[in-house]
Design a protein around this ligand. Structure first.
Ligand SMILES: *Cc1c(COP(=O)(O)O)cnc(C)c1O
Length: 368
């Protein structure tokens, strides 16, 4: 962890986003934010107290993420998307003991959860995941009813929910999503009285007919739009800004270069600042010669290749730049050129990947 890099997470922005999502889903639907991968890189340690107060539950990917939430003292509903597979009995038992709701998507997953429940002497609660077209995790739709019957027949296991996941909810073309939705509807029709859920951020924002009993937004909680194609007019506030400090400022004469590969040639006498962040910290190397950072409120273009732990920026047009000045690597202002969504566009990826990568190597602090 690098003490000189800071991700500042805005409490008021997260509260705002959660309130917007609540307003959208109305009072009858539960709000279960997805906090996998350390809250998409935003930092569980800082966000937990804020979210715990506003949420109806948490969804995580990995078993250890679920157990870590219990370790923080959370007693409510926790859904784990992935099970503790294979022969890790210790974690399988702990999940049952700590009352984590696990996902069942196959007979073998059911059997290992049932075995854990027997060892622990406690009923395991599970949600069934149905693959309605995404082609990833989940029981194939045509086998779902049979698996529901198997779960209902399994003594130590209680089916409390059923869900699916959309492959294209963030795209303008809706037909695949509607096909998935219809298939899901036909299956939940035979599974009464349990929590039905399907919506990720895109579906929560844009498709009220997918809300059912609970929604599972991830990226929207942190204030980014899942894609540019949504019609939703809900205003989200990005909650993360990332800061570093300039560690060197140097003159490079016209005709000089900076960085590996000498990919940028300065065509005038220039001043170049060195920022101690690089691809090892999650700042994508393919932002080289494309992105900007901001110093004293002005844009400083990233020049030359981004290295593992440093990069160089052109500060020639910024007056009075000196070592120690704050460098805003990511802005929480969604209109800034260095906002997460714009960096994702420049890097040819999605906002999720930007925040996940940037989270791991730096201090996180909660602000306002
Ligand atoms: C990651 C994930 C989500 C959240 O997706 P967003 O697009 O971030 O809202 C919801 N459901 C499942 C099963 C996921 O894996």
């Amino acid at each position: 962890m690098k003490n000189y890099l800071t991700a500042s997470i805005s409490e008021s922005a997260v509260r705002h986003n959660m309130a917007q999502l609540r307003r959208l889903i109305g009072p009858g639907v539960k709000l279960c934010p997805v906090v996998k991968d350390d809250c998409f890189g935003h930092g569980m340690d800082v966000l937990y107290p804020v979210l715990a107060e506003l949420t109806d539950g948490f969804a995580v990917a990995a078993p250890l993420e679920a157990l870590a939430l219990r370790g923080k003292g959370y007693h409510g509903f926790i859904l784990c998307f992935l099970s503790a597979y294979f022969d890790d009995f210790k974690i399988q038992d702990e999940l049952v003991w700590q009352e984590i709701t696990q996902t069942v998507m196959s007979t073998s997953a059911l059997e290992s959860i049932q075995a854990a429940a027997r060892r622990v002497g406690k009923t395991a609660r599970v949600h069934l995941k149905v693959d309605t077209g995404m082609g990833r995790l989940g029981v194939p739709a045509r086998q779902a009813v049979a698996l529901i019957e198997q779960i209902n027949a399994a003594d130590e296991v209680e089916l409390t929910g059923i869900y699916t996941h959309f492959a294209t909810a963030d795209e303008a073309e809706r037909s695949a999503t509607f096909r998935q939705l219809e298939l899901f509807r036909s299956i939940v029709a035979v599974a009464g009285g349990i929590t039905r859920h399907a919506a990720n951020s895109a579906a929560t924002l844009d498709l009220p007919e997918t809300h059912f009993d609970m929604v599972r937004p991830g990226i929207a909680v942190y204030g980014c739009h899942p894609s540019d194609h949504l019609t939703s007019t809900v205003e989200l506030r990005p909650c993360m800004s990332v800061k570093a400090k300039l560690i060197a400022v140097k003159r490079i004469p016209a005709g000089g270069y900076s960085g590996y590969g000498l990919t940028h040639r300065y065509d005038r006498d220039s001043r170049v600042g060195v920022v101690p962040i690089g691809y090892g910290d999650g700042y994508f190397r393919n932002l080289s010669n494309k992105a900007v950072v901001r110093i004293n409120g002005m844009d400083a273009p990233v020049r030359g290749r981004v290295s593992m732990d440093q990069m160089t920026v052109d500060v020639t047009d910024i007056p009075d730049v000196k070592v120690g000045d704050d460098v805003e690597v990511i802005s929480s202002d969604p209109t800034a050129p260095n906002c997460v969504e714009n960096l994702a566009r420049l890097a040819g990826t999605i906002p999720y990947e930007i925040t996940c990568h940037l989270g791991h190597n730096m201090r996180h602090e909660l602000v306002d």
